[in-house]
Design a protein around this ligand. Sequence first.
Ligand code: KG4
Ligand code: ZN
Length: 336
Amino acid sequence: NPEVFILAIESSCDDTAAAVLHNDKVLSNVVANQLIHNQYGGVVPELASRAHQQNIVPVIDAALRKANVQKEQLSAIAFTQGPGLMGSLLVGSSFSKSLSLALQIPLIAVNHMHAHILAHFIDEEGYDKPEFPFLALTISGGHTQIVKVNSFFDMEIIGETTDDAVGEAFDKSAKILGLPYPGGPLIDKYAQLGNPKAFVFTKPKVPGLDFSFSGLKTAILYFIQKKKQENPNFIEENLNDICASIQYTIIEILIDKLKLAVQQTGIKQIAIGGGVSANSGIRTRLKENPYGWKTYIPKFEYTTDNAAMIGIVGYQKYLSNTFETASVVSKARIQF
Ligand code: KG4
Ligand code: ZN
């Protein structure tokens, strides 16, 4: 194989990220988070695109500097084509197109959801790469899917959410508890100190491998409203137990569907990816290798949005000569 240096750029939502890879090894992985959205309780698309515009040059400079790689050494530029917020995607794609034209190197378009799954193929000490075929559970702020991964670019969605994504379930529950956005990591933090069996929330009944989280959110809302009528300090006095119970319920919903997916496909290798795979509860639950599964849990820095995962897909596409022209378009929605 040739010596390949990929510059990868991710700008699908509210994080501006750049990474440099040497073949399947990550030399640098830089993320600029946009804290501006916290005060609005969610990502404001217009503000996100403006912040990407401000962050993208410094973030790319930092990634190249940390990798100790010159622009002239790059083999190709890989960027996130979608899915995501159109204004955010356009910043990354326009920049990538310009740089590929200026440096006269190939341009590679990457599906963000493929990248969350294929992040497992980054060469990292102590982390095994999955063998095909495997099942991937992608859990993020925008997606909840069970994917049958047959090869690098042959993937089938065999189950997905019919309403909210699991990250939204975390964030909306957090909002009900008065926690700032994004609340997922905070629920995780408090849950570690609480009793997961303290309160019982019923799991939704959804047929097959699909998910639904909007009913759970409503159940939590009614539960909290009722408890607050009895005791105005209910949240403050029980925050750890409430968070632990919510997190426990969400994890059980995910595990139930994984069990069914293993039963239906006969595949016992399971990889998780996406922002919610940072959750300590789900990581611990899967590390115990329940039910004889072989589980793949990404390194923490490759769970939430990052460009290293875009780079590893870029590397695979580079090896298979899958390049784009500058007329490639960004896609807010994208099919597998
Ligand atoms: O993959 P990601 O960074 O962005 C999207 O593509 O959506 O995922 C962000 C989501 C948010 O909903 C955030 O609350 C959630 O991942 N998240 C967590 C944790 N860390 C991030 N949810 C639960 N526990 C965590 N530790
Ligand atoms: Zn993501």
